[in-house]
Design a binder for this molecule. Structure first.
Ligand code: URA
Length: 261
């Protein structure tokens, strides 16, 4: 596959098409070691080596950033008033076509994938592909063991006269007011509404795992990392509530409060 040099640069950097063309015409771009001043020059991504201002421009068909979404930021690509997760990216990482894969509420923090790979996003989000999302939940009242069976049977969410039947969800208690829940679908405010239907209230919510990939404990809220195919594929691996709960006991059992586990 060949591609015009200006298109290649536009797809692999955060510069606009015009800025890429200017950089080429100004002699700031090399292809296989020689300056190339023609934006229309055809190159083979991955085979030809390209530099911009002396720095290699690596080729990837798709890009993946793993973010620890903080509370207070919305999961949208653009918003006139509120700060979005894409605003947290450094200017050089704001590549064209990036979007957040799935939604976390404004008041929910945790693991969020930002990518330009629509097909992968569909596989992660469609209930057909069974990618479980795990959340650490802090409740305002003590966890009741009876929640486990109710959630396993599939809880019914009511909104006025409207009823929504959820798919079975797994849940494990990890503290007096803390538990981990695994969902196979992503309904609007599903965790908060499920615990409200159980007569409790979610005080804090952190997404800790997608499939087989955990939220890196060293990643602070607002931080993010570029990840590559091997890690992305871990999201498609099967997982289990006991693995997610064990991870939370090790890493996140005192995330919001100190309590005996
Ligand atoms: N469930 C919720 O209630 N909120 C989220 O952000 C994700 C799942």
């Amino acid at each position: 596959m060949t591609m015009r040099l200006d298109r290649f640069l536009t797809s692999q950097t955060a510069l606009t098409r015009r800025a890429c063309c200017d950089a080429v015409r100004q002699g700031r771009v090399t292809v296989n070691g020689s300056a190339c001043r023609q934006p229309e020059q055809k190159i083979t991504p991955g085979a030809d080596s390209v530099t911009l201002d002396g720095k290699p421009v690596q080729y990837s068909e798709f890009h993946y950033f793993l973010m620890h979404k903080p509370c207070g930021v919305i999961t949208a690509s653009r918003d006139r008033h509120a700060k979005t997760v894409l605003d947290l990216l450094k200017p050089e990482d704001r590549l064209p076509g990036l979007f957040a894969c799935g939604r976390l509420d404004k008041d929910t923090s945790g693991l969020l994938l930002i990518t330009d790979d629509g097909q992968l996003s569909h596989r992660l989000l469609s209930p057909k592909h069974h990618v479980t999302k795990y959340y650490l939940v802090q409740l305002s009242r003590p966890f009741e063991p009876s929640y486990i069976d109710t959630l396993r049977e599939g809880i019914t969410l009511r909104d006025g006269a409207k009823e929504e039947q959820c798919l079975p969800a797994e849940c494990e208690q990890i503290g007096e007011r803390m538990c981990v829940i695994g969902l196979h679908e992503g309904r609007y405010h599903q965790v908060r509404r499920s615990f409200a239907a159980l007569g409790n209230h979610v005080e804090n919510l952190l997404r800790v795992r997608i499939g087989g990939l955990d939220l890196p404990p060293e990643l602070p809220p607002g931080g993010y990392l570029a990840i590559f195919t091997k890690e992305v594929e871990r999201m498609l691996n099967p997982s289990s509530i006991s693995l997610a709960a064990a991870f939370c006991r090790r890493q996140y059992s005192s995330y919001w409060i100190k309590e005996p586990v």
